[in-house]
Ligand binder design. Structure first.
Ligand code: IVH
Length: 670
């Protein structure tokens, strides 16, 4: 009996590992996610009843483990080297010359060319085929033990495949851990929504994700790997680099499909040109190509310098950087009155896109980089991120450059600007400043707040400039005739906007609270507040201590909310909103249902069929609960839709209550 269980368990290991390999390494799955999950559930079930059978390479071991207090350091048996760079063709040709001279070779050398991946280098140690240790490159001599984190990367085999060749006693595999561009953008979007700092580029995001002490966070980040080199390999020797990569493939390790053999340096240059084109369409970032001597004997002959091999070089792409001149600096006034300096530059093409403006963030940033009007600067555009000024080229200064200070008068309304202690931003103090008013109205009307269709920035400009709207409440007193009299406004459009405003009178209270633009109050906090107080009236009268009693509301938020409602102007706006027909009581009841889920954390997984994700999440929050994206022992319910992923499996493993959508609906409708 026990033997049958063991046999089935090992069978499941093999089957699941195989399908995992098809999916993550070959990008070519053979079964559906649902079938995979079914097998996974079976495995988890066996492991739950027989914890003594769970082995280190079980597919269940990829979910992350308990957080570590710190990473241990790991000494690499063979130093992890870095690469010399060639920045242009001449430097690459030099490399080829040097190489041939050292090899005493008149004929051309065989090179292997690979994309230079922009991630972070790691090492995987397989002992008798089993992944036993994974570490970061660190300084090349010692790195950090990130085994738990690396195990969460699905394209890293926990055990080498041995169908075509036997695993050696010890194999040290080197590769680059990367985060794809899409995954990077998604991650940043989530972080922005959660009010967390965003990552500057995919490489930082990959590094940040891999160097997490809590590997269950790493498990939520879709990291990937390409293997490209070897450290020590006991009883394994290869004749060429290509042979090494071929062996990697046979072991089930992921090797980049763009790797190519090039006979002579001219083929390497062609490869480089091709990859430079392809760079724009690859789903991950590369910053050049690596050219490696193919023959291992020749590699040995060439040897290494202090920190880099003589047999390889990184031929870098021109950076997505350009130089241009700062013609002027503008101060833009945001919704909270913060002044953002924006550099107006001579237009340049950076990575194929014309750029003429770059944010300078704030005064400290200008001072730190010593940016002056008239300066030549290096600007950079990474991915879709807004261009930024990397540095000033001081050697190009003529002496006529003008230092810049944010104005002490608001460029929009002329009021005083101040920089409160501890604030990075200088702010216009006039709440009725037209620039601020416009931004506040824009925010109020935005999709996630009151969602007033058709009320865009051009129209808002006109409404404010003509004095028709001074604050958000004025929107509810506009007439069709007033709108139709504006420039470029047809009768029909005026009517549509009036209708959209009418629609918005019915929005839920949490949207209204979010739309008011109280500092630090995002969508989620707005819902929390509405749940806690139930009405705008009560919220507006809440004291700091009452606010701080609410889970998730800290002192800074509490202060900001109290300050907001303490302002007479804001009181008047709210009264005028109510008098203008904004239905805050009807909104209140839809905003807060009950505290049925108070203090509970709910995770949704799989495709929901009875709600949209947003509806489901709003529902949980309206009942006092919160939603999370990953399952932990703090999760109360996991609601599974169609083809649930590993979250359902994890819930089962942790003994978290699993609900179908229908069961969930029953609970929340009670
Ligand atoms: S080979 C001795 N191959 O570049 C050879 N490195 O500047 C050392 N990298 O630390 C590495 N793609 O992080 C190699 N196809 C590739 C690479 C690559 C990216 C990174 C790696 C290394 C750095 C060296």
């Amino acid at each position: 009996m026990a033997d049958d269980v063991t046999r089935r368990l090992y069978e499941l290991y093999d089957v699941l590992n195989y399908h995992n390999y098809r999916y993550y390494v070959l990008d070519d799955p053979e079964i559906s996610d649902a079938e995979y999950d079914k097998l996974m559930r079976e495995l988890l079930d066996i492991e739950k009843h027989h914890p003594e059978l769970v082995s280190a390479d079980s597919p269940s071991q990829r979910v992350g483990a308990a957080p570590l207090p710190a990473f241990e350091t790991v000494a690499h048996t063979v130093a992890m080297l870095s690469l010399d760079n060639a920045l242009n063709e001449a430097e690459l040709l030099d490399f080829d010359q040097r190489t041939r001279k050292a090899l005493g070779s008149a004929s051309s050398v065989e090179y292997v060319c690979e994309p230079k991946l922009d991630g972070l280098a790691i090492e995987l140690v397989y002992i008798n085929g089993l992944l036993s240790l994974g570490s970061t490159r660190g300084d090349g001599v010692t790195g950090e033990n990130v085994t738990q984190n690396l195990k969460t990367i699905k394209s890293i085999p926990l055990r080498l495949m041995e169908t075509q060749r036997k695993a050696p006693a010890r194999l040290e595999v080197r590769g680059e851990v990367i985060l794809g561009i899409k995954a990077f953008e998604n991650l940043n979007r989530q972080r922005e929504e959660a009010g967390e700092p965003v990552f500057a580029n995919p490489r930082n995001a990959a590094a940040g994700s891999l160097r997490q002490l809590n590997s269950s966070i790493t498990a939520t980040r879709p990291l990937d790997i390409y293997c490209y080199g070897i450290g020590r390999a006991e009883a394994l020797s290869f004749e060429t680099h290509l042979d090494t990569l071929q062996a990697f493939r046979q072991y089930g390790l992921k090797v980049n499909p763009q790797v190519q053999l090039c006979r002579g340096i001219h083929e390497a240059i062609e490869y480089y040109e091709r990859m430079k084109e392809m760079r724009e369409t690859l789903p991950y970032e590369i910053d050049g190509v690596v050219v490696k001597v193919n023959s291992i004997a020749q590699q040995r002959q060439l040897g290494i310098k202090s920190r880099s091999p003589r047999w390889a070089i990184a031929y870098k792409f021109p950076a997505r950087e350009e130089t241009t001149r700062i013609l002027d600096i503008d101060a833009q006034v945001g919704r909270t009155g913060a002044l953002t300096p924006v550099a107006i530059m001579e237009p340049v093409i950076v990575g194929g896109v014309e750029v003429s403006r770059a944010t300078l963030h704030n005064q400290d940033e200008i001072d730190r980089k010593d940016i002056r009007i008239g300066d030549w600067v290096v600007i950079q555009r990474a991915g879709d991120v807004i261009p930024k000024v990397v540095k000033v080229i001081t050697s190009k200064r003529s002496g006529n450059e003008q230092p810049y200070k944010l104005p002490d008068k608001c460029p929009s309304c002329g009021s005083r600007t101040v920089r409160p202690i501890g604030d990075a931003a200088q702010r216009c103090i006039n709440l009725s400043c037209p620039a601020q008013v416009k931004e506040r109205i824009f925010h109020f009307a935005s999709k996630r707040a009151m969602n007033i269709d058709g009320l865009g920035d051009k129209l808002i400009d006109q409404l404010v400039d003509k004095g028709l709207v001074r604050d958000v409440s004025d929107l509810y007193y506009l007439t069709k005739e007033q709108l139709a009299a504006l420039e470029r406004m047809a009768d029909k459009s005026a009517e549509n906007i009036i209708n959209a405003i009418q629609e918005s009178r019915k929005r839920s209270l949490d949207r209204l609270v979010f739309g008011l633009g109280i500092r630090f109050v995002g969508e989620h906090v707005a819902r929390v507040l509405v749940n806690a107080f139930g009405s705008l009236e009560k919220l507006s009268r809440a004291s700091e201590s009452e606010l701080e009693e609410i889970y998730e509301i800290g002192p800074q938020l509490a202060r900001s909310i109290v300050d907001f409602f303490a302002q007479k102007d804001n009181h008047e706006i709210i009264e005028r909103l109510i008098a203008g027909g904004v239905d805050i009581r009807a909104a209140a009841t839809t905003g807060m249902k009950s505290d049925l889920l108070a203090g509970k954390t709910v995770v949704f997984t799989g495709a929901l069929t009875q709600f949209t994700r947003q509806e489901a999440e709003e529902l949980v929050e309206s009942l006092g609960g919160r939603t999370a994206s990953s399952v932990s022992k703090n999760t109360d319910y996991v609601v599974v839709g169609d083809s649930p992923g590993t979250k359902a499996a994890k819930a089962k493993e942790l003994g978290v209550t699993i609900l179908t959508e229908t069961e969930f609906k029953k609970i929340v409708e009670m």
